[in-house]
Design a protein around this ligand. Structure first.
Ligand SMILES: [Zn+2]
Length: 231
């Protein structure tokens, strides 16, 4: 814990900066400057029906997913890439927490309801290297706004997957099927589970998580990510 006078002093020399553009934050601004907050590429997919939501199409239909949600559109070299880089490689867990809080608030306003949030787990070797799962703070922030619990260890990885690059969709699916297991059966049985991750690309990992949860007795599964990228 840094003494108050010291943190005030540090704040004078290194003012708090926007997590997306690194400009100094003004009075009343927290985490993101007003400009970035207004200009983030929000998908607003939660306003669409499942038939018109373009993300729903990324899932094969073999695993029923109730809501497919993603807060932002991932654009290379844009604000969202910068935010995710801060979250994953710069130890800025606040990025996940605050985006989770805002998104959860937005979903709550549109009457989305879930029973429990479960983040996609990182492989233990990656977890040891990074020190934390980047999906955890997002889960935590969403849980706070949606006023529901989240469980960091709801799912576990049971084997390592090879690099997913240069694999087609079928190979990717086979690569991730059988990778996860449910850690606490009684927690998920009969519940509507929201699985969260940082980025949605093919959806293969999220689908494997959803299939695992449904097979273990979850009533329904929805997915939400901070951002979605083109495949
Ligand atoms: Zn900014």
């Amino acid at each position: 814990m840094i003494p108050r006078f010291l943190s005030d002093f540090v704040g004078l020399i290194f003012p708090q900066v926007c997590l997306a553009c690194e400009q100094a934050l003004g009075r009343g601004e927290e985490y993101l400057c007003t400009n970035c907050r207004m200009q983030l590429p929000y998908t607003d997919y939660h306003l669409l029906s499942a038939d018109t939501n373009p993300l729903s199409r990324r899932f094969w239909g073999r695993t029923p997913i109730r809501h497919t949600l993603s807060y932002l559109r991932f654009l290379r070299r844009g604000r969202v890439q910068h935010l995710l880089h801060q979250l994953k490689y710069r130890g800025q867990r606040d990025v996940g927490r605050v985006l989770g809080r805002w998104y959860g608030h937005e979903l709550a306003q549109h009457n989305f309801q879930f029973d429990l949030i479960v983040p996609v787990p990182l492989h233990p070797s990656k977890l040891a290297k990074r020190g934390y799962n980047q999906s955890d703070p997002f889960a935590e922030g969403m849980a706070e706004s949606l006023r529901i619990p989240w469980h960091a260890a709801g799912l576990r990885r049971i084997e390592h997957t090879d690099s997913q690059t240069r694999k087609n969709r079928l190979e990717r699916w086979e690569n991730v099927a059988g990778v996860f297991e449910v850690a606490a059966l009684t927690l998920i049985q009969g519940k509507h589970i929201l699985v969260v991750d940082d980025v949605l690309t093919t959806g293969a990992t999220l689908e494997a998580c959803a299939a695992t949860l449904l097979a273990a007795g979850a009533a329904e599964v929805s997915v939400a990510t901070i951002a979605c990228a083109d495949r």
